[in-house]
Design a protein around this ligand. Structure first.
Ligand SMILES: [Zn+2]
Length: 299
């Protein structure tokens, strides 16, 4: 499984976020035509209905390795997890690979995607690879070369104002207690146990509405391999958690890593879909209604 971590760490010394990616000189970063992140516009997106998400083993209490790779914290596990949705192709089988987070500074937000020109405080990315291109570990590298080789689930993260005091959830606790200052130095690792992806991310947002478009990795070499999903509803964290997040890691020059996001890229005429998931009973009803309307229109 060691091969899995290569993508995250190989270029650690080669690039940074000084100009939010504008000077990255890899071929796709400069000349690509389906680059990420982008500004997701509700009004111009194509609205479609979707069935429910299927998350397999996302509720497993997994053991994690969380490492500082100089660009973010990157979390990996040996627990086998998959996700599917009828919004992907029938033969697509997306296996969980890793998650990481992009954040801002104490005064500026740091999500990668924007929604209707709004940048959120932070953004978590759950990276998956398409096992239709092979089931052995080193196929992740192969998947990066395919247009639908990776699927990333993006969750916007919003910090509460100082006065709000909703209960901490598992992501708050992970950042404040497990990660905290344990991964300050580059390549430092920590091994939190018994944390599920449902508790960390999925259960903390409404996943029934999401944007979908074809894009790229948001780090060099900006490979155009990603089927993006970005959920509309943000995960809320406490201000205290966010304050920990922006000082929890240092980069290769030994300074606190802040604003580790890439600027938004041109949409280049791509179709952006805004899916709303409906229960199967509702979607059957919706289909019948559409059929009935078509019938009456025809006559
Ligand atoms: Zn990312």
């Amino acid at each position: 499984m060691k091969v899995f971590s290569i993508l995250a760490v190989t270029q650690a010394a080669d690039w940074g976020y000084e100009d939010q990616g504008d000077s990255w000189n890899d071929e796709k970063c400069v000349n690509g035509t389906r680059q990420s992140p982008i500004n997701l516009q509700t009004i111009t997106a194509t609205a479609k209905a979707a069935g429910a998400w299927k998350f397999k083993n996302y509720d497993e209490k997994a053991d994690w390795t969380i490492a500082n790779n100089g660009h973010s914290i990157v979390a990996t596990t040996n627990t086998d997890m998959h996700m599917h949705s009828d919004t992907f192709g029938d033969d697509d089988n997306y296996k969980f690979h890793s998650w990481h987070i992009h954040w801002g500074s104490d005064s500026e937000p740091g999500s990668e995607h924007e929604m209707d020109d709004k940048q959120f405080d932070a953004e978590a990315h759950l990276v998956h690879w398409n096992t239709k291109y092979g089931v052995v570990c080193n196929s992740f590298d192969e998947a990066v070369g395919k247009g639908d080789g990776l699927a990333v689930l993006g969750f916007f993260i919003e910090k509460e104002s100082e006065n709000d005091a909703s209960d901490d959830h598992e992501l708050d606790r992970l950042i404040k207690k497990d990660v905290d200052e344990n991964v300050q130095e580059m390549d430092a690792q920590v091994n939190p146990q018994d944390k599920s992806l449902m508790e960390l991310f999925v259960n903390n947002a409404d996943t029934s509405q999401f944007f979908r478009y074809l894009g790229s990795l948001t780090t060099p070499k900006c490979q155009e391999a990603v089927v993006w999903t970005v959920f509309v509803d943000p995960i809320t964290i406490s201000k205290e958690t966010y304050d920990h997040m922006i000082v929890m890691t240092k980069d290769s020059s030994d300074t606190s890593l802040v604003k580790n996001f890439r600027n938004v890229q041109p949409v280049e005429g791509r179709e952006i879909t805004l899916y709303t998931a409906v229960s199967s009973a509702l979607s059957t009803f919706a289909s019948l209604t559409v059929l009935a309307l078509a019938f009456f229109q025809f006559f």
